[in-house]
Design a protein around this ligand. Structure first.
Ligand code: COA
Length: 165
């Protein structure tokens, strides 16, 4: 594929169904342990479009959407950052520089428009890639912080019954 044929532009509302399909295909292929149904991906993409449309970019090849990248702006103790970044490419177009082009555009926009200091997101540790790539380009695990999560009802049950267990 000729990389000159790939264009990166801001998302438009009419892109939402197609970008949701690309999101689901991409993460379903990535063996993260998540399985995205199309309606869940649609709600997810709609949420992002509603909250931060100026930082939601899509990659286009001809008329086909082949990837996306988005993040949200947050004020932190050390300045403004882009957080919860999402990067995904249609599996048919992996390894063509699309991910790199999208990530570059997103971070540049963050720097130019919001003067961001930091940029962060989650990546699956199931396979060596993509953490291996992120480490090469100056990402690192967040020192002193661990992402924790669980099932809401199990946590509630522990909170409510913990003293009896
Ligand atoms: C991560 C992802 C966006 C990369 O997209 P891509 O367009 O294939 O990546 P690029 O072609 O721009 O390559 C970027 C770098 O990763 C490397 N790379 C890409 N796929 C790789 C693989 N499967 N194994 C090892 N390295 C790989 C490339 O060689 C390149 O490195 P370089 O710049 O040092 O040469 C894509 O694999 C994807 O959508 N994965 C599923 C979703 C996901 O896990 N997203 C990341 C967490 S939000």
């Amino acid at each position: 594929m000729n990389n000159a044929e790939i264009k990166i532009r801001l998302i438009e509302e009419s892109d939402i169904p197609e970008i949701a399909r690309v999101y689901a295909d991409s993460f379903n292929r990535a063996e993260t342990g998540e399985h995205w149904a199309e309606d869940q991906a649609l709600s997810f993409v709609q949420y992002w479009y509603n909250t931060q449309p100026d930082l939601f970019f899509v990659a286009v090849h001809g008329h086909k959407i082949i990837g996306g990248a988005m993040a949200e702006v947050k004020q932190w103790w050390n300045g403004v950052g882009l957080d919860h970044a999402q990067l995904f490419v249609d599996p048919e177009f992996f390894l063509n520089g699309v991910g790199k082009a999208l990530l570059t555009k997103l971070i540049k926009e963050g720097v130019d428009k919001y003067s961001i200091i930091t940029f962060s997101g989650m990546a699956s540790s199931h396979n060596a890639f993509p953490v291996s790539w992120y480490k090469k380009i100056a990402f690192a695990p967040m020192a002193n912080w661990v992402q924790l999560g669980g099932k809401a009802k199990e946590i509630l049950s522990k909170l409510e019954n913990g003293k009896n267990q």
